[in-house]
Every structure is written in C-alpha cells, then in structure tokens.
Design a protein around this ligand. Structure first.
Ligand code: HEM
Length: 481
C-alpha cells in the first residue's frame, strides 16, 4: 500500500500525512466557477438527494464547480490534485467548514475533530501515542476478543439487525481499547443518542435554516435530551477514572495526565469533548464499513468465496479454523482488500469540508475568506477516470499495487494532510480482523436488497439499517477453536 512493505501495512490507506510529492494542478477557467446568479437555485435538488446531486454536478460541470445552495455557494472540487492542494499544500489557509463548526457548537465541543490551531495541535500530540503501531497490536487482541464474543451470540438461521449489532460491537472495542472501560457504558443508550445526532445532521431543513434549531420543536428537544444523556455517560466515565486514579496506560489516562507548560490540566469539559469525539468518530464509521462489507459480500458470492478461501488458507487447515491474531494481519490481504473496496464504494465519511480562513487561490481561482470547499469521497471514489468500472465491487483491484499508481487523493476514505484521521490504522486493523473473526464462523447474509437507501448525515448510513440472516460459513468451525 502506497509503497509500504507488508510489515508496514498498519499505515493509512490513501492520502498520507507527508508532503513528499505535490501533484500538478489542473488549469481552471475562473469564469466557470463564478458566483451563480440564483444563489438558492439547487437547494431542492440537493436536499432531495445529496449524493445524486453532487455526482451529477461532477458529471455535468466538471472537477471544479460552484453550487447554488444558499448564500455561501460552496465550491465542489473533485480532482485529486485540487483536493491535495486544499488538504495538504495550502492547508494553513483553511479551517473546518460550517457544518463541522455547527457540530462543535452544539454537540461535540472542541474535540480533536472540531478544534483548530494551537489547541488542536496540542491535543493531537497528546492523543497520537495511543494510536502508535505497537499500541494497535495490543488493541488487536481486544478487537478479536470482542468480535468472537459477538459471534458467540449468533445462531444459525437467526435474523439480526446487523448495523445495530455492529455499532454495539465497535463501541465495546473503543470503550475497552481506548478507555479500559466497558461494562459501565450503556452501549444501547449511547447508540440511541447517536441516532438522534445523525438524524439531526441529516435534517436538511435544520441545516438550511439554522434559526429553526433554536425553536422548541420536538426534534430539538429530542436532540437536547440525547446530548444531555451522552454528557452524563461520558462525564461519569471521566469521574470514575479520576476516582480510581492511576494504573491505566490508555488514552484517557494519557489525557488526564497531560499537563500544559503552565501546569494546568484539562478540565472535565475538555476531557468530555475529546472522549465524546473519540467515541463517536471511533465506532460509527468502522461499524458502517463492516455493515457495507457484509452487504457487498452478500451481493457478490464469488468475492465471499474468495474471502473464505483466504481464511481457510491463513487460519486453516479447516474445517476448524483458528481465531486470527494481529500477526495474521499481513496475510489477510484479500480480507483487507474487501475493506478497502468497501470504503471506496460506501465511504462512511462521504464528504469533507473546509472554510477558507483567509483569502487564497486554488488553481488560479480566487477563494475569498469564508468560502466553503467541499470534497466528496462518494463522488471521487466513483469517478470512472480514476477507477476502471468504478461502480463495480472488485476487491482484486487493490491486490496489484493500485494504491501506488493512483493519484494521491483519488482515494481518501480517511482524509489526509495534518487532519488525517487519527484512527485510520486502528480502523483498518479493526475492520479486517473483525471481518475475519466473524466470517471464519458465519456468513451474515444481508437480506436488504439493492439499491440501498442511504442517509447522508455526518456519516453515510443505511437509512433502514440492515437485516441479516446468520448462515454457516463455507467451512464448519468449532466455537472457540
Ligand atoms: C472506517 C473508519 C473511519 C473512517 C472512514 C474515518 C474517517 C475520517 C475522516 C475522513 C477524517 C478527517 C475529517 C476531515 O479532514 O475533516 C477523520 C478524522 C478523525 N477520525 Fe476517523 N475515521 C474512521 C475511524 C476512526 C477511528 C477508529 C477513530 C478513533 C478511534 C477515529 C477518530 C478520528 C478523529 C479523532 C479525527 C479527527 C482528527 C484530527 O483532526 O486531528 N476515526 N476520520
């Protein structure tokens, strides 16, 4: 992957953090992206179907377009070199977009995802060691143990709410791996609160008319209650840890111990913002990747069979496949390719936004301070000029060095540049090992037929979840083998 050796495969797929190469910017005619005459013209079209709308804009208006979607008329850039320029080369001219600012203001506060400047840099430095390679090897044991415990709850012939199940599973993993606290976290309540959060950020009326967010409407009251509940859960996690004191070496302890040069420590509020961010960013996205992977495997029996053959080869000889371990990760190449291809077709983070923090230019186009720039993984990952047969699910495409040949930001499920997802390696290892652990025992046949009805919110969710039937894996496996 991206020039890495197989030992090195815990690094990020797609866009790396370094600035070793800069792509040549395409030529853009500034007149083609001037302010539209009717600033609101496309609002109904966007709100009816954001994914379809953005894909259509890419097809009809090209790689640099200005969208008549209200007073801010955002730019949509859909070219890897342009995206690299915004996220890496000229990243200092940008901050997070209006949408993320809104999320910060009313939900997650100043956590890693939403904070800016020196404060963000300090917090990122503090949190980074928790995501180092050696740490991830340790978390892998937790990931496999939790996945096996989940597989133990499955029975042949059962029908399961798969997305809900996987959300719980990935929440347990984050709670144990990063916060050494699991049994005290009411996962169902956290899941329900996050549903309310996602519902709010998929509600187009609230987004278009922010004033509605302050009225005593049922959706606002539901949201306030959900956030209050999340607050209580996260603050009691922090309080428990403060009471129990040292003895832990997890992320929460690192944050608790962290001290500024002036001796001040993080307040409960700051800790709450980080913890809530890591819980939300750290489990929903991976649960989605796994849900879509099971959906795609159900639609592509040949891919499922190839995956099974790899599991037999790596964890066999069958029929009693052993549990995977972190040491197997480099050998589970097809399994990882299934995850990479799933993240291409159904990127859980389907769009990234930035706001120009200062006047700047992008390929000769003046970008005034305050302008919003949108970059959509959904659009770029399905671009036929970047991926042959872009709409087809073909994990094989990742097996022959495609990552090295692709322009740097043709594939960016985890973003890139300084704000690259801190959990990217965690997520890749987690999705690959959880998939292997479950698939060695069961085939989870998703019964929801295509085309999927999707809910683009902060993440890209299946609107109605996924119903899945538990079937035997191709090889029979003894429990706990
Ligand atoms: C498949 C799973 C995941 C996907 C697709 C994903 C995607 C992303 C993307 C695209 C960004 C960058 C947003 C931007 O530039 O505006 C991001 C940031 C972030 N992600 Fe992830 N993520 C995943 C898993 C995780 C996990 C497992 C964790 C933590 C355990 C995590 C924690 C974060 C944090 C804290 C940030 C903000 C980083 C910063 O700005 O310093 N993510 N993620």
């Amino acid at each position: 992957m991206n020039g890495q050796t197989s030992d090195d495969r815990v690094a990020a797929p797609g866009a790396a953090e370094t600035e070793e190469t800069r792509s040549v910017l395409p030529r853009i005619d500034p007149a083609s992206v001037s302010r539209p005459r009717f600033a609101w013209a496309d609002v109904p079209r966007y709100f009816r179907d954001p994914l379809g709308y953005l894909s259509r804009v890419r097809r009809e208006k090209g790689i640099f377009a200005r969208l008549p979607l209200g007073p801010v008329t955002p730019f949509l850039i859909s070219d890897p070199a342009l995206i690299e320029h915004v996220l890496v080369t000229d990243n200092k001219s940008y901050k997070k977009d209006l949408f993320i600012q809104m999320l910060a203001e009313e939900a997650v506060g100043r956590g890693l995802l939403t904070s800016e400047g020196d404060f963000w840099r300090r917090q990122r430095r503090l949190a980074q060691p928790a995501f180092h390679r050696e740490r991830i090897a340790g978390y892998a044991t937790t990931m496999i143990r939790c996945a096996e415990a989940y597989a133990d709850t499955l029975a042949l012939g059962q029908e399961r709410a798969l997305h809900r199940d996987l959300m719980e599973l990935t929440l347990h993993i984050v709670a144990q791996a990063l916060f050494s606290d699991d049994e005290n976290i009411p996962t169902q309540e956290v899941g329900a609160a996050l549903d309310v959060l996602m519902e709010r950020y998929a509600d187009n009326l609230l987004l278009a008319f922010p004033v509605l967010r302050r009225l005593p409407l049922p959706i606002n009251r539901r949201f306030d209650r959900a956030m209050k509940r999340l607050d209580d859960i996260m603050l009691s996690l922090i309080a428990r840890r403060r009471e129990r004191g040292g003895g832990h070496s997890d992320l929460l302890s690192m944050l608790l111990r962290a001290q500024d040069e002036d001796g001040s420590r993080m307040t409960d509020r700051q800790l709450r913002d980080e913890v809530i961010t890591l819980f939300t960013a750290g489990h929903e996205t991976t649960a989605l990747a796994l849900s879509y992977a099971f959906f795609l495997l159900s639609q592509h029996p040949q891919v499922a069979a190839t995956l099974q053959a790899e599991l037999n080869a790596v964890l066999g000889p069958g029929p009693l496949l052993r549990l995977p371990s972190f040491a197997d990760f480099p050998s589970l190449r097809y399994c990882e390719a299934v995850v990479l291809e799933t993240l291409r077709l159904y990127p859980p983070a389907w769009i990234i936004g930035r706001e120009a923090a200062t006047d700047t230019t992008l390929s000769g186009v003046a970008i005034p301070r305050g302008a919003q720039i949108w970059m959509s993984q959904w659009v770029v990952h399905r671009d036929e000029s970047l991926f042959a047969h872009a709409d087809l699910f073909r994990p094989e495409r990742w097996l022959d060095g495609l990552q090295k040949r692709l322009p740097r930001f043709a594939y960016f499920p985890f973003g890139g540049g300084p704000r690259l997802c801190i959990g990217n390696s965690f997520a890749m290892v987690e999705a690959t090992l959880v998939l292997a652990t479950i698939a060695r025992r069961y085939h989870l046949r998703v019964l929801t037929p295509p085309p999927l009805s999707l809910l683009p919110s902060i993440t890209l969710r299946p609107r109605d979840g996924f119903l899945a039937r538990v079937e035997a894996a191709v090889s029979t496996v003894a429990k706990g083998a």
